[in-house]
Design a protein around this ligand. Structure first.
Ligand SMILES: [Zn+2]
Length: 238
């Protein structure tokens, strides 16, 4: 049995503007918080959580062969856009190339230098999910899916036995390599979590304390940057 965790993120401030709230207990403490919220923890999952929280970028869910259990925070994608993947020289010594993602300005109906040179942008829908960690921790991730998975998730969301997306849990993994790679997404009902997977459901307080990603996390690169990249790509064909 995993130990009951004591660390808690600070709750979000009441967002209903002080209007009449149905059930919320009035907090009598000030924002200094209480001691329970300030204990520091060890372990890999908590380490990853700290790493993720200090990054200015959304942390992408990476599927592995080993199954991960996730929970959707929202019922719909928080952002829909198009994205270019470009191989660029790594700045690290002897680093070869690295694939980088650029949000296509065409997503917001602006001209795109990369589209102009024929680079095809892929459609992406991004979902807020948490991965259930090894000691009940919840790690916020963005799950950026393409057209095929989008249809799978949409079908689950409208399936009366499964949807909406935030209702239950999902087991996700990836099998095969390269062109044979296959993503598996399997819904798990809450009671099956404990019975079949020996995993505790997400703590509702902790879930409520997570601040999900919003479209603002996505940077649309400047025209200048994209012109430079377009020139680099054109050079490769000289
Ligand atoms: Zn584009």
């Amino acid at each position: 049995m995993p130990e009951k965790r004591t660390i808690r993120r600070m709750r979000r401030p009441d967002s209903n503007g002080g209007g009449p709230s149905k059930t919320a207990k009035r907090r009598t403490t000030t924002d200094d918080g209480d001691e329970d919220m300030t204990s520091i923890h060890g372990g890999w999952t908590d380490g990853q959580k700290q790493m993720d929280a200090s990054s200015p970028f959304a942390q992408a869910l990476k599927l592995e062969e080993k199954a991960q259990i996730i929970k959707f925070i929202d019922d719909t994608p928080y952002a829909n856009f198009r994205r270019h993947w470009v191989d660029r020289a790594s700045s690290q010594q002897g680093g070869g190339t690295i694939r980088r993602a650029y949000v296509c300005p065409g997503s917001v109906d602006k001209d795109c230098p990369l589209c102009d040179i024929g680079d095809r942008a892929q459609a992406v829908s991004a979902f807020n999910v948490v991965v259930l960690g090894d000691e009940g921790q919840l790690l916020l991730k963005t799950w950026d899916v393409g057209a095929r998975l989008f249809q799978v998730l949409k079908a689950y969301s409208t399936d009366p036995k499964i949807g909406p997306l935030s209702r239950y849990y999902f087991l996700v993994n990836k099998t095969g390599k390269m062109s044979n790679a296959q993503t598996n997404v399997t819904p798990i009902k809450t009671n099956a979590l404990a019975e079949d997977w020996d995993v505790d459901p997400a703590d509702p307080d902790e879930l409520a304390s997570i601040k999900p990603y919003t479209p603002e996390i996505l940077d649309i690169p400047s025209r200048k940057t994209l012109n430079e990249i377009a020139a680099e790509i054109a050079d490769e064909y000289d």
